[in-house]
Design a protein. Structure first.
Ligand code: ATP
Ligand code: MG
Length: 429
């Protein structure tokens, strides 16, 4: 089977081909019907000329509707007026699935389009974004494979919280309480004791309180954890990984970036090493710009946006106050008010795409933090065990795939970085 993209080439001019796809647009003009056909690769204009086809093909062309599936045969011609420079002079048109009146024109409101998401994913915009996501995922897997990491498969049903109890989804697990995973981290930590360097790609679930432009209730989480790695080692992995993804999208998805009108200069300049500022410096920058914030406050989307104005590449913020970060982050021995943690923020207002840290590897220190944070040590018994049997210094991070796609593709909302987004109010298709 030939793809539309493959026949749009000079070597096909004058050749008779068969294409399969869906009707993207249809216009009738005098004795001609112009059908723009789409498949996963591209679109092409197909011209049905009443004087050149048999009556069956002509009546099919008259009958066919937008989004119908069909098989078209004809000769490839070059035509500078056709979109993309090539068109198909149709000799035969066969309808496979005649479409009812398609309920989307493309200018409907957000909620209507979410309600019709199962159909709206056919749009060229979402198609382009899904292809970019494919390449981001491919690059992530390739980066780890090339650098000696093991891919592992942690569970989604879990018995205790990782990030915060407030954003957990509870499920009925054979009559007992269980939770949908917010992060694979605790399990990845267990796995480094046998595989040294591990990574996983899983859905993570967060019952976020409010609906924002960068939070989903279900997102794809790429996480990595490595024994013997310190803060600098892990930040190096993060910047290499992110740039590997950016580079790969620039190499393989330029058409899609152009279609989305993405300014690619920022991406081209996103070469590591990325700048690093401490949380203290971030607070100073924010205060000097008139933001009302004091030491100890968490950085929300608004604060992050202001900080991103200072940088043209992704950048790290490090050494956060321990109160605003998770219990498992190791305290900085030089200043135990802050943790050995880092976030990577994407420029252009996007903000956090990665969160990582050195993990506490001392049994006593970890137990103390669990109690300090008001958590129940009983629930973390197995996790504490990891510090009893051959504890090892280690670090890790989690990268939000949709956040990364959102930045690389230049999207203004996270919803389009996933085909079937889940938000607070209800589940759309
Ligand atoms: P934020 O402060 O932006 O809510 P977080 O600090 O809760 O994020 P982490 O727990 O560090 O996030 O999760 C690791 C990564 O997962 C984040 O850097 C982000 O890329 C992604 N992420 C977290 N929550 C969400 C969400 N609700 N939707 C999409 N991606 C998310
Ligand atoms: Mg974080």
């Amino acid at each position: 089977m030939l793809s539309i993209r493959s026949v749009k080439s000079d070597s096909f001019i004058g050749k008779c081909v068969e294409l399969r796809g869906w009707v993207y647009r249809k216009v009738s003009l005098g004795g001609k019907i112009f059908i723009v056909l789409r498949d996963s690769s591209d679109i092409i204009q197909c011209v049905v000329d009443e004087s050149k086809v048999n009556s069956r093909t002509w009546s099919n062309a008259e009958k066919i509707t937008r989004e119908s599936s069909c098989i078209v045969r004809g000769v490839v011609k070059s035509d500078p007026r056709a979109p993309g420079g090539y068109e198909l002079q149709v000799s035969d048109l066969e309808i496979v699935g005649l479409s009812e009146w398609f309920p989307i024109r493309g200018n409907e409101g957000v909620d209507y389009l979410l309600d019709h998401r199962h159909l709206w994913i056919r749009s060229r915009r979402l198609q382009a974004i899904m292809k970019i996501k494919h390449t981001v995922l491919e690059a992530g897997r390739e980066y780890f494979n090339r650098n000696g990491w093991w891919e592992v498969t942690p569970p989604i049903l879990t018995s205790s919280a990782c990030e915060s109890g407030a954003t957990q989804f509870e499920v009925n697990y054979f009559g007992q309480k269980a939770y949908l995973s917010q992060s694979a981290q605790l399990y990845l930590e267990a796995l480094i004791y046998t595989l040294d360097k591990v990574w996983s790609l899983t859905p993570s679930f967060r019952a976020e309180k409010s609906r924002t432009r960068r939070h989903l209730a279900e997102y794809w989480h790429l996480e990595a954890e490595a024994a013997w790695y310190g803060m600098e080692d892990m930040m190096k992995v993060v910047e290499e990984l992110v740039y590997y993804m950016v580079e790969r999208v620039l190499r393989d998805r330029m058409d899609e970036l152009k279609f989305l009108k993405r300014d690619t200069r920022i991406l081209e300049n996103a070469k590591p090493p990325y700048p690093k500022i401490t949380y203290d410096e971030a607070i100073e920058i924010l205060q000097s710009k008139g933001v009302n914030i004091k030491w100890g406050d968490d950085l929300g989307a608004d604060e992050e946006r202001v900080l991103t104005e200072e940088f043209e590449t992704p950048f790290f913020i490090t050494h956060f106050p321990k109160e605003i970060k998770a219990f498992y982050m190791k305290l900085d021995p030089k200043n135990p008010r802050v943790v050995l943690g880092f976030d990577l923020l994407a420029p252009e207002g996007y903000g956090e795409i990665v969160g990582g840290s050195v993990r506490e590897d001392s049994y006593d220190a970890l137990l103390k933090r669990i109690i300090e944070m008001g958590l129940n040590p009983e629930e973390y018994k197995w996790y504490l065990d990891l510090r009893r049997y051959g504890s090892v210094p280690h670090s890790g991070f989690g990268l939000g795939i949709e956040r990364t796609v959102m930045w690389i593709a230049g999207l203004d909302h996270i919803r389009d970085a996933i085909p079937f987004p889940r938000f607070r109010e209800r589940i759309y298709p």
